[in-house]
Design a protein around this ligand. Structure first.
Ligand code: AMP
Ligand code: GLY
Length: 424
């Protein structure tokens, strides 16, 4: 088969690696890709939002399956464009990707179908939002409705902060049109767990759990980032939690989408908080997490193409989804200064060490080939170093060992990825 992957980050590198393992994959393309993906796929210089160009490329090159990695094209309706051209594509339609694209939609869905989540109100008038805050309990959580690069969530400890937050989101439009509507919700406390799943419109199969570290600095300090590291599985995702989620959250979400006339096919990523009152949904995403994919996919035993095709064909009930009985940790190597400002263009050394090290992976996020054919840094998050181990402790030690194999100027990482698991 000929496969096209759309995206350019560490997640898409992890998807490409899984696809490359399949005996069914003859040729892999990635648009636009990056320097690491370019070692296993042919990179095509078309942007992820250039739907017509991507569909034309897929037709001209007789692509058998296109896999959409990123949220923006999904929410923008890339799957509908491909399907209208008769092309096979893995991911939710525009009508279904709204599960991630609008927080107001997803909150209303959960309320209507009694899926556990934080209490909330939605607003499209900033004056009404400000009036609501006067009697609300602090801390409180403000969320811009639309996609905001994972940054549209503000946790406010005081009324003053919350008033400023409403102004930033709805009046100053700090997150652009994502802030035309907003959700104000109850602040919850507890451990966070990410659960990714494959969905075929009616059946849902859960992948191994994971946990992200979103803050830039050790001890969960500093600014929110796209994710500084992950581990899988999460020891906090116990059998009891799993049973609860199966009963009240997973199938309920899939059935709710189908009942709304928006059958979901693709990946649903459940961002959960394990509260004192049981697990609650923090958010839904309509794609693999980044860097969750980098710890979940290397542990998946199935042929990823078989599973994705089953999602498209509605035959996921026939798939026995299996994961290795081990653990993985991913440590993100970033450019110092991320997520605010950082320099790019530094040569990366030591990458070849991963080529013959089983159970160790170097997923490229922000890298490119320079004019001399050298791989250089080209973003805030540069590489995701993943290692497996018999358990989380071993995986963590292995991942940190491998972070020393690569060098580039201004290399920055957190040193406590998965540390909480040692204390579990
Ligand atoms: P989201 O993009 O909705 O997942 O929000 C980003 C992050 O904000 C989450 O991973 C949580 O750490 C935090 N967060 C979101 N909603 C809440 C909430 N209701 N209570 C506490 N923390 C929250
Ligand atoms: N790592 C969180 C996300 O992909 O949204």
């Amino acid at each position: 088969m000929k496969i096209l992957i759309v995206g350019s980050g560490g997640r898409e590198h992890a998807i490409a690696m899984s696809v490359a393992k399949s005996s069914r994959a003859e040729k892999i393309y990635c648009a636009p890709g990056n320097a690491g993906i370019g070692q296993i796929a042919q990179c095509v210089p078309i942007g992820a939002m250039e739907f017509e160009k991507l569909a034309a490329f897929a037709k001209e090159n007789a692509i058998d399956l296109t896999i959409i990695g990123m949220d923006d094209p999904l929410v923008g309706g890339i799957v509908d464009v491909f399907e209208a051209e008769g092309l096979r594509v893995f991911g939710p339609s525009r009508a279904a990707a709204i599960l991630e694209g609008s927080k107001a939609f997803s909150k209303d869905l959960m309320k209507k179908y009694q899926i556990p989540t934080a209490a909330y109100e939605t607003f499209d008038d900033p004056e009404k939002a400000l009036a609501y805050l006067e009697t609300a309990k602090m801390p409180i959580v403000l969320k811009a409705d639309g996609l905001a690069l994972g940054k549209g969530v503000l946790i406010c400890n005081t009324l003053e902060e919350a008033r400023d937050g409403v102004k930033e989101i709805m009046m100053d439009k700090k997150f652009g049109s994502a802030g035309n509507h907003m959700v104000i919700e109850e602040f919850m406390t507890g451990r966070e767990v990410s659960v990714l799943s494959f969905v075929d419109g009616k059946t849902i199969k859960i992948m191994s759990s994971a946990q992200d570290h979103k803050r830039a600095k050790d001890g969960d300090q500093g600014l929110n980032t796209g994710g500084m590291g992950t581990f899988s599985p999460s020891p906090f995702y116990t059998k009891e939690v799993d049973e609860f989620c199966h009963k009240y959250i997973f199938q309920a979400t899939v059935d709710a989408m189908a009942a709304e006339g928006r059958p979901f096919k693709g990946i649903i990523f459940f961002g959960l908080m394990l509260t004192e009152d049981g697990p609650k949904v923090l958010e839904y995403n309509a794609r693999f997490g980044d860097p969750e994919a980098q710890v979940v996919l290397p542990r998946m035993k199935n042929d990823v193409i078989d599973v994705m095709e089953a999602c498209i064909d509605g035959t996921l009930d026939q798939i026995d989804l299996q994961f290795e009985d081990n653990a993985a940790v991913c440590v993100v190597l970033a450019s110092d200064g991320y997520p605010v400002s950082y320099e790019k263009g530094f040569e990366i050394q030591g990458l070849e060490k991963f080529e013959d090290s089983d159970g160790y992976y170097c997923f490229h996020a922000g890298t490119k080939l320079d004019e001399n054919g050298k791989i250089v840094t080209n973003g805030g998050r540069v590489l995701g170093i993943t290692a497996k181990g018999a358990d989380l402790k071993e995986a963590r030690a292995n991942a940190y060992k491998a972070t020393e194999w690569v060098e580039f100027e201004n290399k920055y990482m957190r040193h406590d990825i998965g540390k909480a698991i040692d204390e579990a």
